[in-house]
Design a protein around this ligand. Sequence first.
Ligand code: ARG
Length: 474
Amino acid sequence: MFSVVTVFGAPSPRENRIFVPNEYLLNIPEMKLWQKNGTDTAEVDRFTVGLDREMDLSLARADLLGSLAHTRMLATIGLLAQDELADVQRELKAIYRTVEQGDFRIEEDIEDIHSQVELLLTRRIGETGKKIHSGRSRNDQVLVDLRIYLRREIYEIVGGVERLFRTLQRLADRHKEALMPGYTHLQIAMPSSFGLWFGAFAEGLVDDLTMMEAAYRVCNKNPLGSAAGYGSSFPLDREMTTRLLGFDTMSHNVVYAQMGRGKTERLLAQAMSAVAATLNKLATDNCLFLCQNFGFIAYPPELTTGSSIMPHKKNPDVWEVMRSKCNRLMALPNEIALMTTNLPTGYFRDLQLLKEVLFPAIRTLRECVEMADYMLQHIEVKHDILNDPKYDYLFSVEVVNRLVLSGVPFREAYRQVGLEIENGTYSPLREVHHTHAGSIGNLCLDRVDALMAAVLERFAFDRFLQAEAALVAE
Ligand code: ARG
């Protein structure tokens, strides 16, 4: 039923023998990269690999790009001959194409993406495949993979946010004349407008992308060459891999390069959480304004959901689910902080699990951004909301200000209108004259456009896009 299995590297000789159910041993896996003989325990394997194969599929493209750059560098320092380099490059590019076509798999017995690529290469070109790991460790390999993967995801997130921004700006302009109540404490306060409402979220996204830009700057640095965390005795040309991979610069200090694992993820999660917070408020406002007691907006029936019992229902389930997803996204920086807190310097396998929390979260955020854009493209906005007498008090400040303009001191005007409200003689002045920057009559949409254009330009995504294209070019 059970076999005794020797665990190499166990803390003490007494602990190095464990009992493993026989069924785990029927299928002896291929040797791990780090194995020097054939012994392994399926149980340990299952526990430590966990979801990593699935997660690592997302890193396949990045892993190949990293190896394409690393091997070109190895050839310049004499660790690969030119003909070996040609074989390696040709096959890495061929594997890259299988990834692009969606045909790439990580085999069941293979531990991770790094092992899978090296194995494929060795199957195709023999001994030369085993040379590509010189001067590298999986520790810096996974680091560089993550940075290449994450910067591409940032690029995609930013693209989605930019589209959402354009939709919001368009809606703000289209509905700038449509007034709506403004609230403080969720009590009727002063006139607002759909121009202000849509425009506010657009401008919010500019700031969120500023956070994203910071995360991108930290992410777009080359950790390759830090190897296991302490560099290598080979004269690695880190400038060259930095240039080839289109990084802004490198993480110079090899110890700091490794400290970047966890930090990069946490900073990105913080930026993602900024976008999520904006979407969350947008979702909540949508739910509220769709409620019949507000009735400010409507959506076509196919974008709402019905009830199994109440035939009249048109529920804002999309916005509700988005609100919840965004709440979870806002918990992400905290989760990452907890997973990485109190780790000393140097690599730890703990870090592997960051992929499991971050990768699905990135997908969720991208979906939320796209869905918000899709919903808003179909929003219907009610005009003449403020004609309802229940909104009369929105104009109290307008009446006060009119008195001020006629020479009454503000405090006196405030008192007069207050008394009118109390004794029932208040009559609203339904004209709104807001002209200063950022107000109903002067949304400054063009200035906000310019701010967005400036942030987008600073990302300078072209640098990495061109570098990656050049690495895989035939
Ligand atoms: N799957 C590992 C991770 O994500 C790859 C690096 C493995 N390195 C190691 N020393 N075990 O961290």
